[in-house]
Design a protein around this ligand. Structure first.
Ligand SMILES: Nc1ncnc2c1ncn2[C@@H]1O[C@H](COP(=O)(O)OP(=O)(O)OP(=O)(O)O)[C@@H](O)[C@H]1O
Length: 368
């Protein structure tokens, strides 16, 4: 309930109430999260917000957004934002309102699903997925990234986040970082704990990630697949039948040969290939600018030709990208002018979904 005093109260109520909760992605007021707004005699405005959990990692962001909203309607205001934690009954009411207002959980049909695959590990598939996701978000898209590399998950490390997703009844909210909605098994287990689950458990976890997570209104969902053509890859592609593949390879012949198996799997499973990204193309010398083809040349172009899919671009070997991954901040954020960041941003800007063949697919038509 709002404490009412002062002339600008209605304006303040509307401004604060429409601030989005960054995790629930809905305005604070309908969620019952604005406890009080009081206008003092001078230029002071005190706002009290109810959090769903004491450990809310985004309270500073909420405080900043609320202060900006207040100053938007009362320029020069001195804003004080304080927090209380909801009781269990209030939490349940918020969950109810959230779930009522929200479209159903799961990956929305309109989302473009791009699964990033590689023949073998270590070719930079996760680094490419993470940076493409952030670059697409920087370009104004609403983006999710599902870490389906269940044994070798690296999304928490690459984004520098390790916190549990907010759980609401049977559903989960993705963790937000660098403008991307993230989900990874790494958010649900202790760091360093190996995943020793068998196939059915992994399938169940992935099904929940696809069906029970409130991804919201996504334009693009990127999947970071495990390397190779194993069960998990097939499970995810079954769960998301509209996915298309981006295959990451290095210029090396050996990598290209292994990556071509992914292409053949895609063909057998009728999964279209959006294109090939050649990672770790030449190493550019920082002082003289000369390029050394450390892993040879041409693997990406040959794979593209073999799979009949476009070569989306090459990403050079770049110290900035490696450091960014180690520091938990994608290179397109930490060093946007670095050669790898520029390459990844232009690949993201030019991404076009592969056309899906209708052969063998059921059309939503009813004969009359
Ligand atoms: N273009 C690049 N320049 C420099 N280092 C890179 C580049 N691409 C990837 N790396 C580094 O190579 C290592 C492996 O990258 P990454 O984890 O993205 O590969 P991956 O194919 O996802 O591996 P896995 O399948 O084993 O998880 C990381 O240390 C990463 O920082």
């Amino acid at each position: 309930m709002l404490a009412r005093n002062g002339p600008d109260q209605d304006l303040l109520d509307a401004a604060v109430g429409s601030v989005l909760d960054p995790e629930l992605d809905q305005p604070l007021s309908p969620l019952g999260m604005v406890k009080a707004i009081s206008v003092g005699r001078g230029e002071g405005v005190a706002v009290r917000i109810l959090l769903t959990t004491e450990a809310c990692p985004l309270r500073q962001r909420i405080a900043d957004d609320v202060a900006t909203a207040v100053r938007g309607v009362t320029p020069g205001a001195i804003v004080e934002v304080a927090f209380d934690v909801m009781s269990e009954a209030q939490r349940q009411e918020t969950a109810r309102r959230f779930l009522t207002a929200r479209t159903t959980a799961g990956v929305p049909h309109r989302a473009e699903v791009l699964a990033v695959a590689s023949g073998k590990g270590g070719v930079g598939k996760s680094s490419v997925s993470a940076n493409l996701a952030v670059a697409l978000a920087q370009q104004g898209k609403s983006v999710g990234l599902l870490d389906a590399d269940v044994w070798g998950y690296s999304v928490p490390q690459l984004f520098g986040v390790r916190r549990s997703p907010v759980a609401l009844y049977e559903t989960m909210l993705p963790v937000q970082a660098h403008g991307v909605r993230l989900m990874s098994l790494g958010f649900l287990v202790e760091e360093e704990t190996p995943i020793v689950w068998r196939g059915p458990m992994l399938h169940k976890a992935l099904t929940q990630f696809v069906q029970d997570v409130h991804w919201g209104d996504l334009d693009v969902l990127l999947l970071d697949l495990p390397p190779g053509t194993g069960d998990v890859t097939l499970s995810v592609l079954e769960l998301l039948p509209d996915a298309s593949l981006i295959v990451v390879t290095t210029p090396q012949q050996a990598a290209r040969t292994v990556a071509s198996r992914v292409g053949l799997m895609a063909r057998e499973a009728s999964v279209p290939v959006t294109g090939i990204i050649e990672n770790m193309t030449g190493l550019v010398c920082g002082s003289c600018g000369a390029t050394t083809a450390l892993f040879g040349a041409g693997g990406g172009a040959e794979l593209a030709e073999q799979l009949g899919a476009p070569l989306l671009g090459g990403v050079p070997l770049d110290l900035a990208l490696r450091k960014a991954g180690d520091n938990g901040e994608p290179v397109v954020v930490s060093a946007p002018q670095a050669p790898s960041a520029r390459a990844l941003s232009s690949i993201a800007a030019a991404l076009k979904p592969a056309r899906r063949s209708l052969v063998g697919r059921q059309l939503p038509l009813t004969p009359v």
